[in-house]
Design a protein around this ligand. Structure first.
Ligand SMILES: [Zn+2]
Length: 165
């Protein structure tokens, strides 16, 4: 982004959050040249330009609906509302868009979904994780299931955001 003060195109994103139901992303940026801060509002189409790096190193455009399908499948017949799934996806996106500008490894998306789903619903988490974490064998999967069983459920609105980079 070009800095509105000194017009140098060199900045870093300090903070990034979705507004307007996830259609607009508000970013706080700091110019690396003059150190002034400015805010940009970017429509969702910018986000569709985010590329996902797949395991075979091929790239494909980030697809919110594809992610939703995977989560919905994991949540099949679980006491989870459409609204809760939406909130969860918003949290995942907030975290991803904050950490990745242009390309995001598919693994990072899977991990973030796992992290939030684990807090929301253990059965859904285990279903999702069994696909995305690719456990070595059934024993590893069972161990994970036993460990998760001990944890409390946390609604998406109360889940902490991932802050590490
Ligand atoms: Zn500047």
């Amino acid at each position: 982004m070009q800095c509105p003060y000194c017009h140098v195109d060199d900045d870093r994103v300090i903070d990034s959050r979705s507004t307007d139901g996830g259609n607009v992303v508000r970013r706080r940026r700091q110019c690396n040249a003059c150190r002034k801060r400015f805010t940009t509002y970017e429509r969702a189409e910018t986000e569709t330009r985010l590329q996902v790096i797949k395991k075979d190193n091929k790239r494909e455009p980030y697809d919110r609906e594809k992610m939703r399908k995977g989560i919905q499948l994991a949540c099949y017949k679980r006491p989870i509302s459409v609204q809760q799934i939406d909130e969860l996806i918003n949290r995942v996106e907030e975290s991803l868009f904050r950490r990745f500008e242009r390309e995001v490894p598919a693994k990072a998306i899977g991990q973030e979904i796992c992290r939030l789903l684990r807090q929301l619903d253990k059965v859904a988490y285990i279903r999702f994780a069994s696909v995305y974490l690719q456990f070595k064998d059934i024993g590893e999967l069972v161990n994970e299931a036993i460990e998760v069983q001990e944890e409390p459920d946390i609604p998406p609105g109360q889940q902490p955001l991932f802050d590490g980079a």
